[in-house]
Design a protein around this ligand. Structure first.
Ligand SMILES: Cc1ncc(COP(=O)(O)O)c(C=O)c1O
Length: 377
């Protein structure tokens, strides 16, 4: 019996050795390893400011907070995303306005639908690069410029993914990344927030650590002896143990993503002729992280999709749903929204297949054969 999980960690003795060294150094909270990881992000993403944080949820909160978004403001958000993207809007007292996706073959927020939802209260657009496949950033940035809106990129799925020669997360005003265990960069919990604006970066840095003007590590190194508190900030600091994992993961990331690209190409080849499924983003040409492998069942419904998932499970193949549409959760039922038929269909009839660098050709073939056989039956 095959046992193919949705995701497998890309870990080996390098993570263990690096963490042991950090523990032996006796500095385990936010310090040199966090700074090193931030520098790697700045360099790899070609962005001037990067701040390591506890997770992407904190990054999203800091993004909106540091852009000054608050009570009375509206933020246009996708609904086909993880709930954290939207919760962050409520953290700052603003209201999310749910927007549909482009199509079932392109699961990212629709620029046309965004324009229809803009009101005098709109202050920002949040985009989520589904699976590491870019939203239509040229059009979204043009809309944002025309209406004087900020753009926050939830780039959780897309480290090193590219769009017209730029890295996802660096195109809008602020970009947010997750290092949760099942992400392309895995540190257990963790995240990064990047920005091109110096002043926004300063606010992120302050808000990340209680609004304090210096950090413990700076004081321990004798760079300063005291601190002031200039805003009621948070404790959203990453620690050096997780940052150490992040540094090793960054060293492996490009090779991991290149392998995922080959796996993705094999999936596309094997499912290409299957009339019962849509493979979103098929034929995509930019470099993408392939965080997940979504497929959408054609002419289907939630019961049938769940049946297909159960049958795959019986064959030892784990699947998931990315995502239950956020606007249907109790807390967002009364929120403002446009029509969301494509989001609802993708949420009801989509499933995600296993995706990680260690997947073998034999396993991908088994997954695709199993899916096709189930759909035929
Ligand atoms: C699209 C998206 N946004 C935000 C998050 C939240 O990230 P974290 O778990 O690091 O807070 C996730 C994580 O699952 C995600 O997939």
């Amino acid at each position: 019996m095959y046992q193919i999980p949705l995701f497998d960690l890309n870990y080996d003795e390098r993570e263990q050795k690096a963490v042991a060294e950090t523990i032996a150094s006796k500095w385990i909270s936010s310090g040199p390893k966090c700074m090193e990881l931030e520098e790697i992000f700045q360099k790899e993403l070609d962005t001037p400011y990067a701040y390591a944080v506890t997770n992407c949820t904190a990054a999203l909160h800091l993004a909106l907070f540091s852009l000054g978004i608050g009570a009375g403001d509206e933020v246009i958000v996708p609904s086909l995303t993880f709930v954290a993207t939207v919760n962050a809007v409520r953290y700052v007292g603003a209201e999310p306005v749910f927007c549909d996706i482009e199509s079932l073959s392109g699961l990212t927020i629709s620029p046309d639908r965004i324009e229809e939802l803009i009101t005098p209260k709109t202050k920002a657009i949040m985009v989520m690069h589904f699976g590491g496949f870019a939203c239509d950033m040229d059009r979204i940035m043009a809309i944002a410029a025309k209406h004087h809106l900020y753009v926050v990129e939830d780039a959780c799925h897309g480290p090193l993914s590219e769009y017209h020669g730029r890295k996802l997360g660096t195109i809008g005003d602020v970009g947010c990344f997750s290092f949760f265990s099942n992400k392309n960069i895995s540190t257990g919990e963790g995240g990064m927030v990047v920005t091109k604006h110096e002043k926004v970066g300063e606010r992120i840095k302050l808000a990340r650590s209680h609004g304090m003007t210096t950090m413990s590590y700076e004081r321990a190194k004798g760079h300063s002896t005291s601190y002031d508190v200039v805003m009621p900030g948070y404790n959203y600091r990453l620690d050096d143990i997780r940052a150490t994992l992040g540094i090793v993961q960054m060293q492996k990331l490009r090779a991991d993503l290149e392998t995922r690209q080959q796996i993705r190409a094999l999936y596309e080849k094997l499912l290409g002729a299957c009339e019962q499924v849509i493979v979103p983003f098929a034929g995509y040409t930019e470099f993408a992280s392939n965080y997940i492998m979504p497929v959408i069942l054609k002419d289907s419904d939630p019961a049938r999709r769940d049946e297909v998932r159960t049958k795959l499970q019986e064959k030892g193949i784990q699947t998931s749903v990315h995502y239950p549409a956020v606007h249907r959760f109790s807390i967002y039922r009364d929120a403002k929204k446009g029509d969301l038929p494509l989001t609802e269909y993708a949420s009801d009839c989509g499933l995600t297949l296993p995706m990680y660098a260690k997947l073998t050709e034999e396993e991908v073939t088994y997954i695709c054969d199993s899916l096709k056989e189930i759909l035929k039956g």
